[in-house]
Design a protein around this ligand. Sequence first.
Ligand SMILES: [Zn+2]
Length: 182
Amino acid sequence: MRKALISQPTEPDVEVRDGHHDVPAGIFEALKRRRAAPASKLVSDFEGGVSDLIQSADEASGTSRNKHDLLCPRAKCGSLILRAGVGKWVERASVQMEPLGTQSPDLAALPTPPETAQWWLITPSPMEFENVGFTRPVQSLTELGRKIKLLTCAECDLGPLGWSQEGGTEFWLACSRVAYRS
Ligand SMILES: [Zn+2]
């Protein structure tokens, strides 16, 4: 069974009132913005799984794209990674992105290759992302002789959320490792 991935304690509420003279200008507005941050969900929160996250296929090209904005899955971060409609849904072989046993508790486990996984494919350049981080090239754990870069959250460094080939034009985000703006 998949365990619940959102289990972080919530921050205590900060009491701030309009007109409170001890609050420096701007702080109140910043807090209000933060508290108004939109909720996000994980794939496991959707009854239909990934199929609930796909825009109906464009009949001309046969491609299906992400219906929601993609966010960092860490509940306290939620950085915007990719806008809705930019990623193309692809089912393809899973990729082992980190050595066994080193996976962050904030990230879902991926199937073991050659089992397939669900991906958002972004092309042709990192400019398509709103925010994303890359690791230095690392040796692929599943395809010997190839080097890949791992994709991480640009704000909090959580990762790997996906991967790309060194110097390649395809960027792959695991559907189960990003959150969806609801
Ligand atoms: Zn993050």
